[in-house]
Design a binder for this molecule. Structure first.
Ligand SMILES: [Zn+2]
Length: 402
């Protein structure tokens, strides 16, 4: 049946040719009469419905009602926005769960448009730490298709076009945010008035920011190796950076397998969903080479720290070698092993101590992977890798975790 419908729609589109004629899926905002939401809906879905009614009402210059599902009749005139997966199940027999974290959906359905997602059943819907897939879907609709803009917090930063003829095209999008943590820090909130603080909270939601998984950033080795006393250093000097021929804290030898083991345990046992594995602050990184690397390296045939640095690629001072490849190798290896043991755990590394540009990172990714694969052969057969970065974010996305 579905195949026949699709074929008919395709045929209708073909007959319509290139003219902008609806093939059954386009929705004119001026024709929307109501937002339907399940009775006793979770707060996230109620707010998504209110936001849709408010902004679409302003676009169309009409009043859009919020109607509980128990009062909705499919024969009611005009189009409807249907909010939430429970409405989808009861009205359209669609089972949309299970959702991935913050996954959302926009789908054209008979009589209107379905707006749904991974919604928390409790918590403040305006908090970026609460899962609110339906709200992400609503704001995607308002921003991507109807031209509503939230340039900065408060009504003055808001742009809502008046256009009752605005058209929402036929939609079938089901997506996970590309970035797991989406966050703009609004400077020191201590300087904000209560009103501005409230505006900021709403602005963050409307601009689709979110931070639903707990994460710890910053330098990590101080805690992971308990550097506030000398015990770890006395017990395992070869775990530490070799500098001018001597082992010393606070940097670690990032190619040492026991250092990586310790970091894997640190992440797995950490109380946050995403744990930092960042190096210590400052310089003093390991200078071990093929001759001076530890006995453990030699016994297992593991490359030294300096052998991972790319010859001729220099750091910001234009003198010392860039450490990007060795740190990526370390971060990837920790992340890969963490994932094997607990796919829900994440690790993050702050890349600020290392000279890095996005271009350089992507150019060298394959090289990093080559080193990884040699380590993989020592450790395990799995080759899937993931890592996350604080400043560049390129590896912190949900999609990279799949
Ligand atoms: Zn080393």
């Amino acid at each position: 049946m579905r195949g026949t419908t699709t074929a008919l729609l395709a045929l209708a589109g073909f007959v319509a040719g290139s003219a902008m004629i609806a093939v059954g899926g386009e929705r004119r905002v001026g024709d929307v009469r109501r937002v339907v939401v399940v009775d006793n809906a979770p707060a996230v879905q109620r707010v998504a419905a209110e936001e849709l009614a408010t902004y679409c009402g302003r676009i169309a210059g009409t009043r859009i009602a919020i109607v509980p599902l128990s009062e909705y009749r499919p024969t009611d005139k005009g189009l409807s926005f249907f909010v939430g997966d429970e409405v989808a199940r009861r009205l359209f027999n669609m089972e949309l769960a299970p959702w991935q974290q913050e996954e959302w959906l926009l789908r054209t359905v008979p009589g209107g448009l379905l707006i749904a997602g991974d919604d928390a059943t409790s918590g403040d819907p305006w908090s970026a730490r609460v899962r609110a897939g339906s709200m992400l879907a609503a704001y995607t609709l308002l921003d991507d298709y109807l031209g509503v803009r939230w340039f900065w917090p408060g009504p003055f930063g808001e742009h809502v076009p008046h256009d009752p003829d605005a058209i929402v095209p036929e939609l079938n999008r089901r997506e996970v945010p590309k970035f797991m943590i989406r966050w703009v820090m609004m400077a020191y909130t201590g300087y904000h008035t209560p009103e501005f603080r409230e505006d900021c909270v709403r602005w963050m939601r409307r601009t689709r920011q979110g931070w639903t998984r707990s994460a710890l950033f910053g330098h990590s080795w101080w805690y992971a190796f308990n550097l506030k006393n000398d015990d770890t250093f006395k017990e395992h000097p070869e775990w530490f950076a070799l500098v001018n021929g001597k082992r010393q804290p606070p940097q670690m030898c990032t190619t040492h397998p026991e250092v990586i083991n310790r970091m894997v345990e640190y992440v797995l046992n950490g109380k946050y969903d995403i744990m930092s594995i960042s190096p210590s602050d400052g310089g003093g990184f390991c200078e071990c080479n093929e001759e001076t690397k530890s006995e453990t390296h030699k016994r297992l045939g593991i490359p030294s720290c300096t052998s991972l640095d790319v010859p001729g690629v220099l750091a910001y001072d234009n003198k010392s070698p860039s450490l990007s490849d060795r740190i990526f190798t370390y971060a990837n290896e920790v992340a890969r092993r963490v994932r094997e043991k607990n796919p829900n755990k994440g690790s993050t590394s702050s890349l600020t101590p290392i000279t890095i540009s996005r271009r350089y990172a992507s150019r060298n990714w394959s090289r990093t992977s080559t080193y990884l694969s040699s380590i993989n052969r020592l450790r395990t057969a799995t080759r899937r890798t993931t890592a996350s970065g604080r400043r560049t974010w390129w590896a912190g996305s949900n999609s990279a975790r799949r």
